[in-house]
Structure formats: C-alpha cells, structure tokens
Design a protein around this ligand. Structure first.
Ligand code: GLC
Length: 632
C-alpha cells in the first residue's frame, strides 16, 4: 500500500498511530506502559490491550486508570497492555501529493518492549479525587494548605493522559455532576491558562505534548454533514477515547477524538483555537528556551496552515477577520458575528507571534509579506474605528450620514441614534475602550473584556489606548469587576434585544453566562495586561476579590447578576480555567517579568510602518499589494 493511502486509512481512525516502515527507531520510549509490536509488517501499529483499562475508562474521564492498572496487575503490564501511542515529539507530519497529512516516526523500529521510565508528579496526584466536605471546602486526599496549593491539586486532577502521557486538562472536573456535556474534553482555549501555569512552574512536558498532539488533529478529516471545513482549522476540543481494536476482541486502543464544531452546540467553528495555539507555542519557546518545537517542519507547516486560512482572500472590505457568531470564547449566539474584537485581538497577537517564529525560507516569503501587510492594516483599522471615548462619542453624535466619498468621516455610515442611552451616561471622562464589533452601519457598543485586555497584551491598542482601557476598568470597577472579576461583556442584552439577538437563549439571560456574566478565568488576561502597562495593583485588587470566594464557591465557571453575586445558574464547578486563571494571575504577580512570554511589543520596523501608513493621506494610500513598501 502506498504511504499516502495508508495515511488516509489510518488518519480516519486514530491519531497518532501511524508508523512507517521506512523509518527505524532504536531509542527507548518513555511510556507508562510496556510497548510491544503487535504484528510485524503491519507498519508497526502498537496496540494497547486489557479489559481492566477499558473498564476503568468507561467510568472515568481522566486517565486515572494508570494507578488502577498498576494496582490490579503488578508486574504484569508488559504482557497485558500494549499501547498504540507514540511520543508526540517523535511524530513527524509531512504531506502527500493529494494534500493529506502523513505521520512518520523518526528513528524508530517496533520491537520496543520498555517499562515505565519514571513516575511523573502530575500522574501520581491523579490518584486523589476532589470532593466537597460538609463545611464547603475542597479537599484532595488531605488538607489543602493554601488557596494556591488547592488550585494546583485541582489543576493536576484535571489532567488528561493519552497513553500515559499528559496531554491537556479537561474543562471541568466536578465529581458531583453526571451530565458533563462536553466539559470532560480538553478545550484548546481553556487549556491556555493551564498551559501557561505549567510553563511558569517549569513543567513543560504537558504543554509540548498538547502542542504536538493538537497539531496532528489539525488535518483531521472533519465534516459537517457533507461539507468539509478548511484545512488549517484547529478543533474546539478533543477527548481521549478507548475503543475496541479491529479484529481483536480483547484489545482496545486509545484514540484522540477532536471536535471541530461538528458536535458542538450550535455547530460553531472555533476560529480562536488556532490563534491561541500559535500564542501558546511562542510562550512555550520563550519560557522553556526550547525552540526546537517551533522549528520542526511539521510545526512550521501547522503555523503556515493557520495563517493561510486566516489570510485567504474573501469578500471582505476590512482587514479584520470575518467570522460567524460564537466563534470564540462566546461560543453561542450572542450577536458577535462579523468582526468581533476578541477574534481581532487574537488574530493580531497570533500574527505577531507567528512572525517571530516562522523560519525564513522561500515557502513562507509570500505569507510573511501578507502577514506584515495585514498587521499594519489591522492595527490602523482597529485603532481608528473601534476606539471610543467621550471625545469620539461626541464626534459620532454629530456624524453626518449618507456620505459618498473616499474621504467620508463617517465611513461606515453609522447613524448617531445608534449610540445607546446607557453609554451616554456611562462613559467616564477619563478612559475609553474598543467596541465589540464594527460592520457597515453598525457599531456594537458593548464592552467585551477579553478583546480589550488582549488588545493591550499584544499591542493592538496603542499605549495611550491601553492606559485608557485600564482607566476605564478602574472607573467602572463596580460594573466590570464588582464581586468577581470580571464581566465577559457589559452591559447585558435585555428584553426585546435579548430575544432578537440571542434567539431567546435561556442560558444567556441578562447578566448570566455570556450575556453579562462574570468569568473568573479573565483574571489572568487582566493580570498580563496590567503588568504590561506597569499597573499591577489593578490586578492585585481584582485577585483579592476573587480569593474571597473562588475556593469557597468551588471554582465556578461563571457568576450571575449585575454585581456577580450568585454562582452562575448553570455554571460548572471545579472549572479548570477558573482554577488555572487564578494560578497564572498569582504566579505573574509574584514574577511580573514572566509575563513577557505572552506580551508582544512592536519592533521599530513595525512602528515605522505604522507611522508611514498613518502619515499618508487616505487618498494616497497604496492599493492592495503596494503596502509592500512597509515590508519589514
Ligand atoms: C463554554 C465557554 C467556552 C468554553 C467552554 C468549555 O462554552 O463559552 O468558551 O471553552 O465552555 O469551558
């Protein structure tokens, strides 16, 4: 069978389990389980057998089965269990002529029978289970010493293992909930604070595994009914499934099962996943000093695939990324289709990170050029047209409409009546923010925290604007932070607006969930932004507020009501990114320079390009392609 045929066949089944016969390996495999070649000459697929493991998996989301297996059959693993998995870093992706991805193992052969090399800290702590005690405190096999210790224990308990190796953290790990929906999966966006926490703790393995395994999912065959979404898309989430092995009743194997939105509520495409992946990849390199991951051919290809998807030409007139509703952290209908700020901030950030990581080579030359052009255009667009403060509001209030000309002041034909009455009173004298969305004849004046905070972190907002955003957060503390940092968006949609825009979504009722709910995970982005602007005291105050309730309330996913007084109606408890977000905030406050792994600072070349572009009057600005003058 030709290699590409084999690849197609196996890719539709399990990742990563393809092993190619033309490559030999001699290195030992640091697996938890003994490994053994199943059938010689079958491209070396390594299997994992054993009813004990399967049974255990059925009842448990996290791979606690490792302990169980050891307890059940000590000394007998090499006979009973075979793993189909290989270390992520030894998998090389390449592409066949038909465009399908082929996975190959570097320098490996298949007669490997190895024992577990070492017990890892994270795995051993997987043993304990979180449970609520009578006095409402969480204990994990012992007494939690401090809030941070408790958070670390919970974070470790949420770790998911693939063939014995940590690969991510599940979204929520509430032992009291039977119907977890898909919260027992590793969400790409949810893992980011977990990954950062592990990086800051110098525990790099889980992040490296996550990066490399999700990369392999990137080209997974994905379909929505009869339609296949674009290559380069990263899944929203994935899970580890133990499945019976074809042709061998007593054998099972583990597979990674991604969800690109085909199963997600509302079938939303996770546009943010790939962008976050790039941001984490850069943070991994900066923090660990291990640049070999980002330099790998398959990783470089992965970066390029994401960029190609984002930079592809469409019908857009704007440099902002055009997406459907619910394509990011707000992953259901909330009226954020079009050009939502969160996506634009992540896009800008990912472009900068990718620019730093792309190895200069011919194949990337055009892409880098397109990327640079987009960076300039995107920043001008957002800084000019998304920004509002009292002065700008007053300008909009006096806008002329129906202007037909290149030099129109009111380019998007915004009718001044769109300024919502709440904003007229609410906008402080000092401060401002980037609006949620901009479309023809439509400004979404809601404040979305994540987009604003990340615009500070990545430098999409100017220094002045960044300070003004923090000024506004301080001035509107009781609305945006209140009893729990912080509001995902402000204000909530109510009444008719809620009915029309959310489609009467009972989960997004006013001041709940995405519609004005408060999300503790945002603490980490707030902290990075404050540290970047050298105003850490703002984050410190927010952390103090969170500390009063987070553990007591069992680390909820979100809070409801205008003042964030109630635990969210349908909020999951022991929500991993609430836990990890808190940890990252604490770690960064203790060591602010570490925030550099996330912060982007525009270099001189880029700054020159911005000022050049801005100094050129609109009429004289170059048409598409000629921004190459600004190529860096
Ligand atoms: C909710 C959030 C989404 C998150 C998911 C898992 O749907 O809106 O952003 O990824 O839960 O925690």
């Amino acid at each position: 069978m030709a290699a590409s045929d084999t690849s197609l066949q196996v890719l539709s089944w399990a990742v990563p389990c393809q092993i190619y016969p033309n490559l030999n390996f001699t290195s030992s495999l640091p697996f938890k389980y003994s490994l053994k070649s199943a059938k010689k000459g079958d491209y070396g697929t390594i299997l994992r057998k054993g009813r004990g493991v399967t049974r255990y998996h059925e009842g448990n989301r996290v791979m606690k089965g490792v302990e169980h297996v050891r307890g059940q059959e000590p000394g007998n693993w090499s006979k009973s269990f075979k793993c189909n998995c290989i270390r992520a870093e030894s998998v090389i992706e390449t592409f066949s002529k038909d465009g399908s991805k082929i996975l190959m193992i570097e320098n490996q052969s298949y007669e490997a029978t190895e024992h577990l090399v070492s017990e890892k800290e994270g795995l051993s702590s997987n043993n304990g289970s979180a449970h609520a005690t009578e006095n409402n405190k969480t204990t994990i096999t012992g007494v939690a010493e401090s809030l941070e210790d408790e958070a670390w224990k919970l974070l470790r308990e949420s770790m998911l293992y693939y063939c014995g190796n940590p690969i991510g953290t599940i979204a929520a790990n509430d032992p009291c909930v039977a119907n977890t929906l898909n919260y027992d999966q590793v969400f790409i966006r949810d893992f980011i604070p977990s990954g950062i926490a592990f990086l800051l703790k110098e525990e790099y393995e889980i992040v490296r595994n996550f990066i490399l395994h999700t990369l392999q999912l990137q080209s997974w065959e994905k379909t929505m009914d009869c339609h296949s979404p674009g290559q380069g898309l990263m899944p929203a989430s994935f899970k580890v499934r133990t499945v019976p092995l074809d042709g061998d009743e007593s054998a099972t194997e583990e597979i990674l099962d991604p969800d690109f939105g085909e199963a997600a509520i509302g079938r939303v495409a996770p546009v943010d996943s790939g962008l976050w992946w790039i941001i984490l990849l850069r943070a991994y390199g900066k923090c660990s000093g291990d640049l070999s991951v980002q330099e790998r051919i398959d990783v470089q290809t992965g970066i390029r695939m994401i960029l190609k998807l984002c930079l592809a030409d469409g019908f857009d007139m704007f440099p902002t990324l055009l997406v459907t509703d619910g394509s990011c952290m707000i992953d259901r209908r909330m009226g954020i289709h079009g050009h939502p700020l969160e996506i634009q901030s992540l896009f800008y950030s990912a472009l900068l990170c990718a620019r730093e990581m792309l190895v200069p080579e011919e194949v990337s030359a055009n892409l880098v050029q397109a990327l640079n052009n987009r960076l300039v255009a995107l920043s001008i667009h957002i800084r000019e047209y998304y920004w509002i403060d009292l002065k700008k509001l007053n300008e909009i209030y006096r806008y002329k409409v129906e202007e037909y000309s290149f030099d129109a002041v009111n380019k998007f034909n915004i009718y001044p009546d769109q300024i919502p009455p709440w904003l007229v009173e609410w906008m402080p004298k000092k401060g401002g923010y980037l609006i949620g969305n901009l479309q023809p004849a439509h400004m979404d004046f809601r404040l979305f925290s994540l987009g604003n905070l990340w615009a500070i972190v990545c430098g999409l907002a100017t220094t002045e604007q960044s300070h003004a955003i923090l000024d506004l957060i301080e001035a509107k503390w009781s609305d945006l932070v209140a009893d729990m940092p912080m509001k995902l968006c402000y204000p909530a949609l109510e009444g008719k607006e809620w009915r029309i825009i959310t489609g009467s979504d009972p989960k997004n009722t006013p001041w709940s969930y995405h519609n004005g709910g408060s999300w503790p995970t945002l603490l980490w982005q707030l902290t990075v932004a404050c540290i970047k602007m050298e105003r850490p005291e703002i984050a410190e105050n927010a952390i103090k507020i969170a500390e009063k309730r987070l553990a007591r309330d069992k680390w909820p996913e979100y809070y409801d009501t205008q003042g964030a007084r109630f635990i969210g109606k349908q909020a999951h408890l022991f929500q991993t990114w609430s836990i990890a977000g808190y940890l990252v905030a604490k770690l960064l406050i203790a060591n602010p320079t570490a925030a550099n792994i996330l912060v982007n600072v525009a270099d001189t070349a880029l700054l020159n390009a911005f000022s050049c572009a801005l100094a050129t009057p609109r009429r004289n600005r170059p048409r598409k392609g000629t921004f190459q003058n600004f190529i860096i």
